[in-house]
Design a protein around this ligand. Structure first.
Ligand SMILES: [Zn+2]
Length: 375
């Protein structure tokens, strides 16, 4: 904690939030916090985040370290003999250090804080003068792992995706929005299907070519509009019920809604199209090598750790999200891997391990008594 400052009174904060929510029941009141220099105070930051569910967590830099102390950027101009441009570069360096630290914030706040307190007489603030620094920060932010402390001192029992969806759905009650009806025609790399509507291209997840679906826009990806199927109006004859209970929320699988033989056909079409774009053609009878039994085949698994109210659990990233969906079963992994997940979680909880990020499991090919040659 900064000298002479106090930690936020989260109990009082949540109490006032509850009173406001009770008073203004028609409003959706979110909670949130801005963590300043959280990488300097990791224990305090974790304690604050563990105090209750926060909808928004911002991370930001206000201060740099200078001459053995801390100096807020608002004070740069008041300090005599300061190398002002160097102090601003140090500000950006500290910002990059915070992003790289893995601290559990989701939103990077104000990159240009020093601009508010610019030095009179100095050359005006221009982003391009700091382009290298800003690019490095944004690149690091884009490549960031999910918050290391998600739940682990982070956000217990948060389901941000669901929360956002409820927010959108409930924000304008009674306002009729025409549903987006899409007719995908071809498969896309990554399991989605491509639809064209009024000249606009959509990547529709959980839809199959030839179907008519109702879908919900989900932003953009690589310059293309993305939508997720919310209702199938005209199903494909190749549609199949997904066996996995997490299908649709989990980011691990994209095609379980199609029969396996058809999944192979779709993948072949995707490869053929990619080759065609490069002016290449697959030999006419190129087979797709599938499996006899497309379940329980993976002997290697990488799982993300997430801490909730009952301690550590393991899972996968949610669909198009950095947040982790804890799972109890994964039908594509070897049963030994599935059974290892709760065992490792229990061990981590009993040993009070902190800061877990992920778990890599590989099934060793050891010979069992049945398979070993008898003597
Ligand atoms: Zn701030």
């Amino acid at each position: 904690m900064h000298e002479g400052q106090h930690s936020v009174d989260l109990d009082g904060y949540f109490d006032s939030i509850e009173r406001c929510r009770a008073k203004f029941s028609g409003l959706r009141i979110l909670t949130g916090i801005e963590l300043g220099e959280p990488h300097w105070f990791p224990d305090e930051a974790a304690a604050v985040l563990a105090a209750g569910p926060l909808d928004q967590v911002l991370g930001s830099i206000h201060c740099i370290r200078l001459d053995g102390g801390m100096l807020d950027a608002s004070q740069f101009r008041k300090k005599e003999d300061i190398d002002f441009p160097a102090a601003v570069r140090e500000y950006f360096r500290e910002l990059l250090a915070m992003v790289d630290s893995g601290q559990a914030f989701e939103t990077l706040a104000h990159l240009d804080y020093p601009k508010r307190y610019w030095l009179d007489g100095a050359a005006p603030y221009e982003e391009k003068d700091y382009e290298a620094e800003i690019r490095a920060i944004l690149r690091a932010a884009a490549q960031r792992r999910p918050p290391a402390g998600q739940g682990g001192g982070g956000f217990p029992d948060r389901h941000p995706d669901g929360r956002i969806r409820r927010l959108q759905a409930g924000a304008r009650p009674g306002l009729a929005v025409a549903p987006l009806i899409l007719k995908p025609t071809s498969p896309a790399h990554g399991g989605a299907a491509v639809a064209r509507e009024d000249g606009k291209v959509w990547l529709v997840s959980y839809a199959l070519p030839g179907e008519v679906v109702e879908a919900e826009p989900r932003g953009r990806q690589g310059g293309v509009a993305v939508a997720a199927t919310t209702r199938v109006i005209e199903p494909s004859p190749h549609r199949a019920p997904a066996p996995c209970p997490y299908f649709g929320a989990c980011g691990g699988c994209q095609l379980q809604h199609a029969e396996y033989a058809y999944q192979l056909e779709l993948k072949k079409q995707v490869v053929e199209e990619a080759w065609a774009r490069a002016d290449l053609r697959l030999p006419p009878d190129t087979p797709v090598l599938g499996m006899d039994e497309p379940w329980r085949y993976r002997i290697r698994g990488e799982f993300e750790a997430v801490a909730g109210a009952e301690g550590w659990r393991f899972g996968f990233h949610r669909m198009r999200s950095h947040f982790v969906l804890p799972i109890d079963t994964c039908l594509i992994h070897d049963l030994r891997i599935e059974h290892a997940l709760p065992a490792f979680a229990q061990a981590a909880n009993e040993m009070h391990i902190e800061g877990l990020q992920n778990l890599l499991l590989t099934v060793a090919s050891i010979s069992t008594p049945e398979s070993a040659p008898s003597r």
